[in-house]
Write a protein that binds this ligand. Structure first.
Ligand SMILES: Cc1cc2nc3c(=O)[nH]c(=O)nc-3n(C[C@H](O)[C@H](O)[C@H](O)COP(=O)(O)OP(=O)(O)OC[C@H]3O[C@@H](n4cnc5c(N)ncnc54)[C@H](O)[C@@H]3O)c2cc1C
Length: 521
C-alpha cells in the first residue's frame, strides 16, 4: 500500500492532459505550490514507549513482531481519508504510533491488553488501515505511549461449514484472500466494498462496512453470525444460533465499535454459494427523481438485483471510471447500474422482473456495456483521487443514509453545504445500498485546493455534518464514526445514548486504553 496514497503504486493512474486542462478551465485547479514530502521527509515524534513495556511486549509476541522502525510507524499512521493523505503528503507524521505490534493469537492479545492497561499505553487495533473517518488516530493525552495493534498475523480461515453455510475467520484476513480461500469451497462472502483490495474482515465488522453488492448479499454486519472479542476485562464469545430471543443481541455492541470496546479476534460469517452467472447492465433515467422512484419500487416490491446504484446527472456525465471521457458526454441523463449474481435461473428470473419494472417506470435499457465498464473500474476511483490531489484538486467522498421520503432533502442539504463552503466545487452523488425504507447517498466532491487544503476540507466537512444532522440523516451509512463523526454521532444518539456508550466502554475498557478519542463522545 502506498504510504501517502491509495493502493498498489503500480496501478497509479496519470491524469490525461485533457483532464488536467478541464480541471483548470472548469474548477480553477492549478498545480499545488509545494511538492509532496518524500518518505524520508516525514516528521515522526520520538518513539516514547516506556522501556519495561518494550521489553515485555517483545517477550509476549516475539522481538521480530514489535517494530519501531520508521517504515512500520509511517505505514501505520492514520487511515486513508483525504485529510489523512493531505497530512502525509505534507510530511506530518505526528499521529504515528510509538510501536507497531503484531500479535499471533487471541491469548497474546489478552495479555497485551493487560500490560497496556497497567502502563496506560493506548492501543489502536489496525486491520487494513483503510479507515476514512479518523478511526486509527488515538489521543495521546494522558497516555504513556500509543501502539498500533496490527492484526495481519491473524489471517487464517479456521473452519468452513457447508451445512450451516458458516465460515470462521481470523480478523486480519484481507477480503481478496478470504474470497480466494472460499472460492476453493465454491463459496463467497459477497462483500465487495471499494476498499476490497486492502481492508480486512475484522475491520469490516468493527466499522459496519457495506459493499457494492449489498442489495444481494447484505451489509457486512448482516453476515456476522458470531464473534470472539478480546477486551481488557477478558474474553467475550458472542452468537450461538441463527436468531435468538435471549435478551438484547450483544453482537450489536461490538459491530461498529471501531476498536473502542475490544479487539475482534475471530468471526463466524454467513457464506453463500459462489455465483454461476454474473450479469451487469446499464439503464438510463431522465432525472435523478425518476431513477430514485424506480429504485424505491424495486427495493419495496422486489426482486432485488445484487448490485443497484443510480448516479445523479453530474456523476452520470463525468463517468468517474474513465477520465479520458470527462466532459464529452452531453445529456447522459442518470445512469443506473443493475448487477445480478447467482445461479443461471435465479439471474434470469430477477433480470426479467427488474427489467419489466424499470421499463414501466421510464428506464431505458443501455445493454451490458455500461455495467461491464462499471465492473472493470469498480476499484479504480481511489487511484484517481491520488492523481487529482497531486494535480491540485481537493477530492473526497462522504456518505449518509435516510428514509426514502427524506432523501431529496438530504441530497439538497449536502450539496448546498458543499457549495456554500467550497469555491465552485463539482459535486456528484449516487444512491446505493437500498432498503425497503430508504437508501444511502454517496457524494464525491472535487474542488480547486486553496492555500490550506486541509482547513478548506475541514470547513466543508463540518458544514456537511451539520446539514446531515439537521436533515435527519445518519452521520454514516458505512464508513463509521471514528474521530471525524464523533460529535455528530453524539447528536444522533442523544445524551442518554452517549451515557450508555460510555458505560459500556467503562465496563469493558476501564482504563480507556482502546482507541481513545475514537467513537465514544
Ligand atoms: C478508497 C476507499 C474506499 C472505501 N470504500 C468503502 C466501501 O465501499 N464500503 C465501506 O463500507 N467502506 C469503505 N471504505 C472504508 C473502509 O474500507 C472500511 O471502513 C473498512 O471496514 C475498514 O477496514 P480495515 O480492515 O481497513 O480497518 P481499519 O481501517 O484498519 O480499522 C477501522 C476501524 O476498526 C478498528 N478495527 C480494525 N480491526 C479491528 C479488530 N479486529 N477488532 C476491533 N477493532 C478493529 C480500527 O481501530 C478502526 O477504528 C473505503 C475506504 C477507502 C480508503
Amino acid at each position: 500500500m502506498l504510504w501517502s496514497g491509495w493502493g498498489d503504486p503500480a496501478k497509479a493512474r496519470e491524469l490525461p492532459p485533457k483532464v488536467r486542462k478541464l480541471l483548470g478551465d472548469l474548477l480553477g485547479v492549478s498545480d499545488p505550490e509545494n511538492p509532496p514530502a518524500s518518505f524520508g521527509e516525514v516528521q515522526l515524534p520520538i518513539s516514547a514507549l516506556p522501556a519495561p513495556v518494550m521489553t515485555r511486549l517483545s517477550t509476549l509476541v516475539g522481538d521480530e513482531h514489535v517494530r519501531c522502525d520508521e517504515d512500520a510507524r509511517i505505514r501505520h499512521t492514520r487511515g486513508k481519508s483525504t485529510p489523512d493523505l493531505l497530512r502525509m503528503r505534507a510530511g506530518d507524521g505526528a499521529d504515528a504510533p510509538d510501536a507497531v505490534v503484531l500479535p499471533g493469537s487471541h491469548s497474546e492479545i489478552l495479555d497485551l491488553l493487560k500490560l497496556c492497561a497497567e502502563h496506560r499505553v493506548a492501543v489502536v487495533p489496525f486491520g487494513g488501515g483503510t479507515s476514512v473517518v479518523g478511526g486509527l488516530v488515538a489521543s495521546r493525552t494522558n497516555y504513556s505511549g500509543v501502539i498500533a495493534l496490527d492484526l495481519a498475523r491473524l489471517n487464517r480461515v479456521l473452519s468452513v461449514d457447508k451445512v450451516s453455510m458458516i465460515a470462521e475467520f481470523e480478523p486480519g484476513l484481507r477480503a481478496p484472500q478470504a474470497e480466494q480461500i472460499l472460492a476453493r469451497h465454491d463459496l463467497t462472502l459477497g462483500h465487495f466494498p471499494q476498499s476490497f483490495e486492502y481492508a480486512t474482515l475484522g475491520g469490516f465488522a468493527a466499522a459496519r462496512s457495506s459493499g457494492q453488492a449489498s442489495a444481494g448479499y447484505g451489509r457486512f454486519d448482516d453476515m456476522v453470525v458470531g464473534m470472539t472479542v478480546a477486551t481488557p476485562r477478558g474474553t467475550l464469545e458472542l452468537g450461538r444460533a441463527p436468531k435468538s430471543a435471549a435478551g438484547p443481541d450483544l453482537r450489536q455492541i461490538i459491530l461498529g465499535s471501531e476498536g473502542a470496546f475490544g479487539v475482534i479476534t475471530a468471526l463466524q460469517l454467513r457464506v453463500r454459494t459462489a455465483p454461476r452467472a454474473k450479469v451487469y447492465e446499464g439503464w438510463r433515467f431522465d432525472s435523478f427523481t425518476a431513477g430514485q422512484t424506480a429504485m424505491r419500487r424495486i427495493a419495496q416490491e422486489g426482486p432485488l438485483p445484487t448490485v443497484l446504484r443510480l448516479s445523479d446527472e453530474t456523476e452520470s456525465m463525468i463517468g468517474l471510471s474513465r477520465p479520458a471521457e470527462l466532459g464529452t458526454l452531453a445529456d447522459a441523463g442518470c445512469s443506473m447500474i443493475t448487477g445480478f449474481e447467482g445461479s443461471e435461473d435465479d439471474v434470469a428470473h430477477r433480470r426479467e422482473a427488474v427489467a419489466a419494472l424499470l421499463s414501466e417506470l421510464g428506464g431505458v435499457y443501455r445493454g451490458t456495456e455500461p455495467g461491464e465498464r462499471w465492473d472493470e473500474g469498480r476499484y479504480s476511483a481511489p487511484y484517481l483521487r491520488d492523481s487529482l490531489l497531486a494535480a491540485g484538486a481537493t477530492v473526497e467522498t462522504l456518505e449518509t443514509a435516510g428514509f426514502w421520503a427524506d432523501l431529496p432533502r438530504l441530497y439538497d442539504a449536502v450539496r448546498l453545504a458543499l457549495r456554500a463552503t467550497l469555491d465552485d466545487p463539482l459535486v456528484m452523488c449516487h444512491v446505493s445500498h437500498v432498503y425497503a425504507t430508504g437508501a444511502s447517498l454517496y457524494f464525491t466532491v472535487v474542488a480547486a485546493q486553496d492555500e490550506d487544503p486541509l482547513a478548506q476540507w475541514e470547513r466543508a466537512k463540518a458544514a456537511v455534518n451539520k446539514a446531515i444532522v439537521l436533515t435527519g440523516g445518519t452521520i454514516s451509512h458505512h464508513h463509521g464514526v471514528g474521530r471525524d463523526h464523533r460529535d455528530a454521532y453524539a447528536n444522533e444518539i442523544g445524551e442518554l445514548g452517549v451515557q450508555i456508550m460510555r458505560a459500556i466502554k467503562g465496563r469493558l475498557d476501564p482504563y480507556g486504553i482502546l482507541n481513545p478519542g475514537v467513537l465514544i463522545p
